[in-house]
Design a protein around this ligand. Structure first.
Ligand code: SF4
Length: 327
């Protein structure tokens, strides 16, 4: 699906590091990936694995110490002032808790129009109002609620407001940072369906960050699994569920509850032992070696590189070949 196309977003060996009291915290440790126009890439991993930092690095909120973030072929840190402004229009973010990013004293209409106002795209008062109404309609919110305040909305409705705000600037890419984690399961599916519908209509790309491997399947074309700052497996969505090769991907998948109680009872869960190492003190070899049931001597001394095992299916594991045979 990806050959012959130039990526919309390309990360090359990106390292985002923070100085902390104990030393250097390597939140993102050498991530390379591409994202194509109109595509959804799911980015999955436990909390603290660096996925939100990666999202913010793409948003240009953190400057990587090494590597490049390229958008439409240009390094985003080589931008002129004008290009920087254009980038803040083309790339938007949806947050886990939209309430935190909404001004409690601003009505929803003003919140939705904030981007339009900042970038002076609203035109006349009438244009601005039409824009707000169209955006509320697009995200399934009642237009008569335009003068209501954030606290008058439910969590799901507030997330729709967040989505309307990000859509207002017709972005090419939206970084969705745990956009459904705070919502009830029934509402999660509705928000995911809304995002899919909007993507079909507007041909945007999504980077969909989540710790939950069950819902991400519904929306992602490809999924990247992140552990301790590194991508350990990246593949077309269905391959992640049916042909996964990394022990960490398998452990994450085994934790997904199954709706059928009989099947759920017989579900084999891979319980990982050992602690996640500190990102300040990364191990020399595979970052997963301390918790991996398949670790061997080489895993503790040499870091496995992401390698293409099948078309578009990359795995960072010394035993990826054998893993294909081990169920
Ligand atoms: Fe496990 Fe070794 Fe593969 Fe790392 S490289 S995931 S420790 S088998």
């Amino acid at each position: 699906m990806t050959e012959n196309k130039a990526p919309l977003l390309e990360l090359k060996n990106v390292k985002t590091v923070f100085k902390v009291r104990q030393g250097l915290l390597k939140a993102v440790n050498g991530v390379s990936l591409s994202l194509y126009a109109g595509e959804t890439l799911g980015l999955v991993g436990e909390s603290g694995c660096g996925k939100s930092t990666l999202g913010k690095t793409i948003m240009r909120l953190y400057r990587p110490q090494e590597g490049e973030v390229r958008f439409e072929g240009r390094d985003i840190w080589q931008y002129s002032r004008r290009e920087q402004k254009a980038y803040t229009q083309m790339v938007q973010m949806i947050f886990q808790d939209p309430y935190a990013s909404l001004d409690p004293l601003s009505v929803i209409g003003d919140a939705v129009a904030e981007g339009l106002d900042i970038h002076r795209l609203a035109g006349t008062k009438k244009d601005r109002e039409n824009n707000i109404m169209a955006l509320l309609h697009d995200v399934g919110l009642n237009q008569s609620h335009v003068d209501r305040y954030p606290h008058e909305f439910s969590g799901g409705q507030r997330q729709r407001v967040g989505i309307a705000r990000s859509l207002s600037l017709s972005p090419k890419l939206i970084v969705c940072d745990e956009p459904i984690s705070a919502l009830d399961v029934s509402i999660q599916a509705k928000v995911v369906n809304l995002l899919k519908k909007l993507q079909r209509e507007n041909h945007m790309a999504y980077l969909f960050i989540t710790h939950d491997l069950s819902m991400v399947r519904q929306i992602s074309d490809r999924i990247a699994v992140m552990y301790l700052g590194s991508i350990v497996e990246i593949a077309p969505s269905e391959d992640i569920y049916s042909k996964n090769r990394h022990p960490y991907t398998r452990a994450l998948l085994s934790a997904i509850p199954i709706a059928d109680p009989t099947v759920e009872k017989s579900r084999k869960r891979i319980v990982l032992s050992g602690d996640v190492p500190s990102p300040v003190n990364l191990p020399a070899g595979c970052p997963f070696a301390g918790r991996c049931p398949y670790a061997q001597e080489i895993c503790r001394t040499s870091q496995p590189q992401l390698t293409e095992m099948e078309k578009d299916h990359f795995v960072a594991c010394h035993r990826a070949d054998e893993m294909a045979l081990m169920e």
